[in-house]
Write a protein that binds this ligand. Structure first.
Ligand code: NDP
Ligand code: 2IT
Length: 450
């Protein structure tokens, strides 16, 4: 058995109940095989055993009062996974599906994603099983304040810098930051994704979606192709999906779908981004509201989907952008996409494709941009926000966007060159995993064992 198989077997026994974490680890370990065959330095230093275990796993109780005055209790977490190349960095997710295994998968992915950005940030993730849906603004505020009352002692501008993710956007970051400031009596860049009046960076809101489109553009460039004129399907209707659609329009492509947990919109005229922002950012409504505002669009509820598949991926397209959540695209969806002529998949969400689905894309040799490379623009721009906070200044939108563009171009080049180095030309999964891993693993060796 190879070194990585031995490590995976051990983890799969200990963490049998953490399926998402094991899936994320397996994807990375399989990619690392050629690197591990070329040198025994990582095995000698037990890097796989060390890098798969979080440095610190914090769990706490979050008590808060709802609008009826009743006490509510949720679980809060922060997984500080790896700090070899910089302070812990990664988002907070508020969603009922959050548990230790989900946050370990996200934190593990974040190590390699953050390394790929070329910036000095370690990997972390956190969040709560709190469900923001249907909660009043005051309830969200009280929850965020109580969450921070526990979290504040574990974070800091050079220690651990959380940001948003599913269910955590500008509103939540504002309340979290307000609480941190009050508790600690400091004004420092301890969270990113902040409002522009209090230390936020221009272009952070747009960064993940824009970055994913920049990455897709780089993949197509290798075949002298471009996004212009391409029909695109997008899943999700949150932060990443909205700005993915916006950038697709800007580069002359046509996004025709978005989705949320209740259903999807198919708008053959192209998703109307102003309407989408009104529905999701202002009204926080379901996509049925989009249909009310754009009657020519088609709404399909999840109950009408064929069980076990995602209707978004049954829509004929040239390029697909999964921007909702993990495992939203399975093998059957992948085959449907290929049969319909899809030539590119760029992942705005984290681990949206199952391992089977990824293999379908790799075997077909279409352009496949794995999450940790394609969606790294969000965290990269968070680091640009940290730079601005540290120097007490703010940059123009153009400056931040141009840096984001350069970072995405560089991530693509690094992943593509690394794939080539290991004779897997075009396999950006292998390229991104090896490139991300090498920098962290070599740093861990240099930093010593303790
Ligand atoms: P948002 O909360 O803004 O939006 C999430 C969207 O996905 C919503 O439309 C939501 O629908 C849908 N969704 C979430 N969970 C499910 C589910 N279990 N089933 C079906 N639909 C679901 O989150 P973001 O846009 O920020 O995040 C989307 C993805 O992008 C996540 O995988 C996240 O980890 C990843 N990501 C985010 C970054 C960021 O900067 N925000 C950076 C890099 C990656 P509904 O509202 O109905 O629940
Ligand atoms: O998954 C991710 O990269 C994010 N949710 C963004 C993390 C960040 O620190 O900006």
């Amino acid at each position: 058995m190879s070194y990585s198989q031995v490590v995976y077997d051990r983890l799969s026994k200990i963490y049998a109940h953490q399926s998402e974490y094991l899936q994320a680890v397996l994807e990375v370990l399989v990619s690392l095989e050629p690197l591990l065959k070329s040198t025994n330095i990582y095995e000698k230093n037990k890097i796989l055993e060390r890098i798969t275990e979080p440095e610190r796993l914090i769990q706490f109780k979050v008590e808060w009062l709802d609008d009826k005055g009743e006490i509510q209790v949720n679980k809060g977490y922060r997984v500080q996974f790896n700090s070899a190349i910089g302070p812990y960095k990664g988002g907070l997710r508020f969603h009922p599906s959050v548990n230790e295994g989900v946050l370990k998968f996200l934190g593990f992915e974040q190590i390699f994603k953050n390394s790929l950005t070329g910036l000095p940030i370690g990997g972390a993730k956190g969040g709560s099983d709190f469900d923001p849906k249907g909660k009043s603004d005051n309830e969200i505020m009280r929850f965020c304040q109580s969450f921070m009352l526990n979290l504040y002692r574990h974070i800091g501008a050079t220690v651990d810098v959380p940001a948003g993710d599913i269910g955590v956007g500008g509103r939540e970051i504002g309340y979290l930051y307000g609480a941190y400031k009050k508790i600690t009596n400091t004004y420092e860049g301890v969270l990113t994704g902040k409002g522009l009046n209090f230390g936020g960076s221009l272009a952070r809101t747009e960064a993940t979606g824009y970055g994913t489109v920049y990455f897709a553009r780089e993949m197509l460039k290798t075949k002298n192709d471009a996004l212009e004129g391409k029909i695109c399907t997008v899943s999700g209707a949150g932060n990443v999906a909205i700005y993915c659609c916006e950038k697709l329009h800007q580069v002359g492509a046509k996004p025709i779908t978005v989705s949320d947990s209740r259903g999807m919109i198919l708008d053959e005229n192209g998703i109307n981004v102003d309407v989408l922002k009104q529905v999701k950012e202002v009204e926080r409504a379901s996509l049925t509201r989009y249909k009310e505002l754009v009657p020519s669009a088609k709404y399909i509820s999840v109950d009408e989907y064929k069980k076990g598949t995602n209707a978004v991926w049954s829509v004929k397209c040239d390029a697909a952008f999964p921007c909702a959540t993990q495992n939203e695209l399975n093998k059957e969806d992948a085959i449907t996409l290929l049969n319909n002529g899809c030539k590119l998949v760029a992942e705005g969400a984290n681990m949206p494709s199952s391992i089977d689905a990824i293999n379908v894309f790799l075997d077909a040799k279409i352009h496949y941009g794995p999450a940790k490379a394609a969606n790294a623009g969000g965290v990269a721009t968070s680091e640009l926000e940290m730079q601005q906070n540290a120097s007490m200044c703010s940059w123009s939108f153009e400056k931040v966007d141009s840096k984001l563009n350069d970072i995405m171009t560089h991530i693509h080049e690094n992943a593509a060159m690394t794939a080539k180095e290991f004779k897997a030309d075009g396999n950006l999964v292998l390229g991104a995993n090896i490139a991300g891993f090498r920098k962290v693993a070599d740093s861990m060796i240099a930093l010593g064992v303790m």
